[in-house]
Design a binder for this molecule. Sequence first.
Ligand SMILES: *Cc1c(COP(=O)(O)O)cnc(C)c1O
Length: 455
Amino acid sequence: MEDLSHLFRLAADHAAGYRRSLPDRPVAVPVDQDALDTAFSGPLPSAPSPPEQVLADLIGAAEPGLVASAGPRYFGFVAGGATPAATAADMLATAWDQFATTAVSSPAAIAAETAAGAWLKELLGIPPSASTGFVTGCQAANTVGLAAARHQVLADAGWDVERRGLHAAPAVRVVAGEERHATIDRSLRLLGFGSDVVEPVAARPDGAMDPGSLREVLRAGSPGPLIVCLQAGNVNTGACDPLREAADLAHRHGGWVHVDGAFGLWAAAAPATRHLVDGVDLADSWACDGHKWLNVPYDSAFAFCAHPAAHAAAMSYTAAYLAGSGGTPAGAALTPESSRRARGFAVWAALRELGRDGVTALVDRCCALARRFATGLSAAGFEIANEVVLNQVLVGFGDDTRTDHVVRAVQADGTCWTGATTWRGRRYMRISVSNATTTEADVDRSVTAITRLAG
Ligand SMILES: *Cc1c(COP(=O)(O)O)cnc(C)c1O
């Protein structure tokens, strides 16, 4: 046990040192992937090794290939950091090694998910009666939400999809915005609909769904099982679909409304941005990430469902050895997993640490910093291609080739890290401010570096 304390302390000391280094270390350094592969490779060892040696070897091999994506100047994709309490709680989840399958396998893990689920629903404006599945990421959350939708719309048509599958099932219409996230299509593939099922709805210039187009698409089809996918938070512009109007339209056609709100749903947690997701409570299912804007370590996301019975019908399974677990469906009964990580501890810890005010401040601060980026880069003479309504900024540096050059130069420079994207047929630098530790100084330093490199 002495040895174990020493080993865990080594890991914790390294982890703390790494976190302390994040504000100062280059965000990404040019990596020699072959050298990294070599450092990890070699023949499968035949003999055991002392754990301390294994840890030292792992750190030595991994260090040159780590990306400071948890740090304050990483603006790529939509990547959050990880709060101190959430990180420490996740370490405990690992050490406790609970499997959060049922309240029998880990009463504490299920209790943490239940409590964190209630807090999340309150913050996100989701009805308290909704069920919550703690999943790996928003990809999984979309799949769970759409599986619950598939169950219900087919059950309403007299078809038991869990038993009979989709062969010979009544046709299901799936209507989704042309600006939907790519994971919606993969969820539809996994659920047996195929991505061709989508009837696309045109977007407004900001990337949000055009309700007029939704009305036309809905009217053009025949009545029957219908799923409508909406989005809160376009990955390029941050724009949110007009949820109230779209959900009303979809419901008038008897449809199930699923909202992909991986990061955008957090707009509900701050009074200044809440209007962007007005009507969010009207949906039937929601998908949201914890590992993006809430700053919980990967992997962490939530599948909420306004119809807990449909949620459980789509996801639960039984086995002889699970009989008697009983009670309210939880854990594995609300996710596509069986044995699963106790994800609730880290989420509970992040929410307990931040509190409602802290979450509101986090959302407000990231949005303000995104606007600061836009102001600074616009003053330097560059094009801001979107209205910065949330935490996403699109920047143009002249023609597409030049923009791609600037992005590559910024990535190689290491002061900060941004990605690139194609928006309305043109290339842009994409900046996402989603980290709880980013400061005004970080943004200013990044604007200076980008301006210098673009010159
Ligand atoms: C990130 C994102 C996803 C996918 O989430 P993962 O956590 O990467 O699985 C889905 N939808 C939107 C809008 C996203 O931003």
